[in-house]
Write a protein that binds this ligand. Structure first.
Ligand code: ZN
Length: 263
């Protein structure tokens, strides 16, 4: 709880800071009001593959949400980038349980959960982007993909000098796409991050950027999905967006938005 308050202070007015039960109360209330229920909806996750988000021994946001809504269709790659793309969304759209309205059976809803993640620990000081994982004593990065990118960016000195290592045999597809998107679309923002003096401030801003990248991409993908499949897809769409904060004692969530692109 103390870490949540610290993050809330450091993130200023960026989002609504919630523990797991606060998050679940808010989500289930908001979704129920709009007719999204376990029995008529499928979750679609765009979260990072990092196991810190779903280990059995940890209290995670992801597990709370999947338990409530009967698991999920998985769209996310490293850094929560929606690697499954429009094809993934089209596939997911065929999977929700039906909605029964006045005896009529219609296609069910999709609930997107969009969340980059970062670790937060307290040693002598607060450390953003770091975590101590179950069974370990060492400190590791969380999100490793984004923190690795930040280190490489610092070494390069600027987005202009950042060489995206080629991947001619498609052995590292998410890294290629993630780095290309970051370097090609966020160079001004990344330059601002490089100019910050405090490493924590850099990490805090990096995950705002990570969220911006992923939510904008999801918005575009949903729009494209509706262009292609809007005539066939009978359900409604909800999007829950924010950033998961991994701590040793369990996750917290910075809820940025709940929106309904189709209802
Ligand atoms: Zn990650």
């Amino acid at each position: 709880m103390e870490l949540l308050q610290q993050a809330e202070k450091d993130y200023k007015n960026w989002g609504n800071f919630l523990d797991i039960s606060g998050f679940m109360d808010k989500i289930t209330t908001n979704l129920s009001e709009k007719g999204f229920e376990r029995g008529n909806s499928r979750l679609v996750y765009s979260v990072c593959p990092d196991d810190v988000n779903r280990l059995q021994d940890l209290n995670t946001i992801e597990k709370a949400l999947t338990s409530e809504y009967n698991n999920e269709f998985h769209l996310g790659g490293l850094g929560a980038y929606p690697m499954g793309g429009v094809s993934g969304i089209i596939a997911a759209s065929h999977h929700p349980p039906d909605r029964i309205l006045n005896g009529d059976r219609r296609g069910g809803n999709l609930i997107f959960f969009i969340s980059p993640h970062f670790g937060l620990i307290e040693k002598e000081n607060y450390l953003y982007g770091k975590i101590i994982r179950p069974g370990q004593q060492k400190i590791t990065s969380s999100c490793g993909a984004m923190m690795g990118f930040l280190d490489a960016l610092k070494t390069a000195g600027s987005p202009n000098n950042f060489d995206i290592t080629p991947d001619p045999h498609t052995l590292d597809p998410t890294r290629m796409v993630l780095h290309s998107e970051l370097i090609n679309n966020y160079s001004d923002w990344l330059n601002n991050i490089l100019q910050m003096d405090d490493p924590n401030d850099q990490v805090i801003d990096l995950f705002k950027l990570n969220y911006d990248l992923v939510i904008n991409k999801i918005d575009e993908m949903i729009e494209e999905f509706l262009t292609l499949e809007g005539d066939h897809f009978e359900g409604d769409i909800a999007v829950i967006g924010g950033v998961t904060v991994n701590t040793v004692s369990g996750d917290n969530f910075i809820l940025k938005e709940i929106k309904f692109p189709k209802i």
